[in-house]
Design a protein. Structure first.
Length: 86
């Protein structure tokens, strides 16, 4: 269950879906961060699951949530995400 902003430096509480930005990410579910977001080509990875992360309005305007291989779910500045897309 969501309870607060995914930004570790923010203490905003999750109250309503219309506030902030909600992210749905597929994780391996077994703590092996190196496999996050990647499908098992043989279909043997049955522990994958969907997880939800929320950024409050203030944080969502300057950052995003991303999956980092070997680390897991992190927040990063939004301008980095926009640069990578171009």
């Amino acid at each position: 269950m969501l309870s607060k902003c995914a930004n570790p430096g923010c203490s905003a509480s999750f109250l309503y879906l219309h506030q902030g930005k909600l992210f749905r990410l597929e994780t391996s579910g077994n703590g092996d961060d190196t496999r996050i977001g990647f499908a098992d080509p043989q279909g043997k990875n049955s522990s994958r699951r969907l997880e939800y992360f929320w950024l409050c309005d203030d944080c969502a305007s300057v950052m995003t949530v991303s999956l980092k291989k070997g680390v897991g779910v992190t927040t990063r500045p939004l301008f980095m995400a926009q640069k990578a897309a171009s």
